[in-house]
Design a binder for this molecule. Structure first.
Ligand code: AKG
Ligand code: FE2
Length: 244
């Protein structure tokens, strides 16, 4: 499938439609401009500000006895979890995401708001938990299926979301070993520029394997350092079954 293909998706029950543009087929990566209004972005930032704390990652290792979240240099931003689904802005955006993605939001983790100031980043990583690195509870096939990511601010310079495998063929994959900071990523990487209100959607599992958790390793991505301007963003990590 070619990149740059656009299709119009209705968002019932509103009469609104959005235009979904495909940026890549491997990984399956799409962008939707104006998914959120400027007022909605402001409202999310205002709600999240008092809840910000240093971002964490899940500690690698056996997860059978529960998980441990740790701070790590790979992820230096701040996070606010908006756990109260009754907050009007959260309820509204949850519904809109469900209308777009057509997956029940009971499969989604809470909305996570992210703030990156100068030189803060999330080095390239996977949003799923590879059972090789996280044995235990992630070995059952239950995992994250898709990430819906919103930009709440536009960033003047830097702050892109980078996809090193963007639009590559299987024959090229062995050449792509882009770990660490954005600067290490291959020249051909797709870099999505943060534009206020835009959403990026990328799938973490293969199209025909999502029921049994077949991971898509081309979904590798990262959040680059903002150079000029502050980056606020939010995500929903949506799994292939209900979150318990
Ligand atoms: O900040 C970004 O552009 C990407 C963040 C990210 O990968 C994540 O939240 O999982
Ligand atoms: Fe991510």
């Amino acid at each position: 499938m070619v990149s740059g293909e656009k299709f119009v998706v209705p968002l019932p029950p509103s009469s609104r439609t959005v235009e979904v543009k495909r940026l890549s087929s491997t990984p399956r990566l799409f962008v939707v401009e104006n998914f959120l209004s400027a007022e909605e972005c402001e409202e999310i930032i205002k709600t999240a500000t008092p809840l910000l704390a240093p971002s964490t990652v899940l500690k690698q290792g056996d997860q059978s006895n529960g998980e441990e979240k740790v701070k790590d240099e790979v992820r230096t931003s701040e996070t606010a979890w908006l756990m109260d689904k009754k907050v009007p802005i959260v309820a509204k955006i949850r519904q809109r995401v469900e209308e777009l993605i057509r997956i029940p939001m009971s499969y989604a983790e809470d909305m996570q708001v992210l703030k990156y100031t100068f030189k803060q980043h999330y080095h390239v990583h996977y949003d799923f938990f590879d059972p090789k690195m996280y044995p235990g509870r992630w070995s059952s096939g239950h995992n994250r299926l898709v990430t819906v990511f919103f930009y709440l601010t536009s960033v003047e310079k830097g702050g892109e979301t980078i996809f090193p495998f963007g639009n590559t063929s299987a024959e090229e994959h062995h050449k792509i070993q882009s770990w660490g900071p954005c600067e290490n990523a291959v020249e051909s990487s797709i870099k999505v520029k943060p534009v206020r209100g835009s959403a990026v959607i990328f799938y973490l599992m293969k199209p025909h394997g999502h029921t049994h958790g077949e991971l898509d390793h081309t979904s590798l991505h990262g959040g680059c350092d903002p150079i000029v301007g502050e980056k606020w963003a939010a995500n929903y990590w949506i799994r292939n079954g209900p979150v318990q």
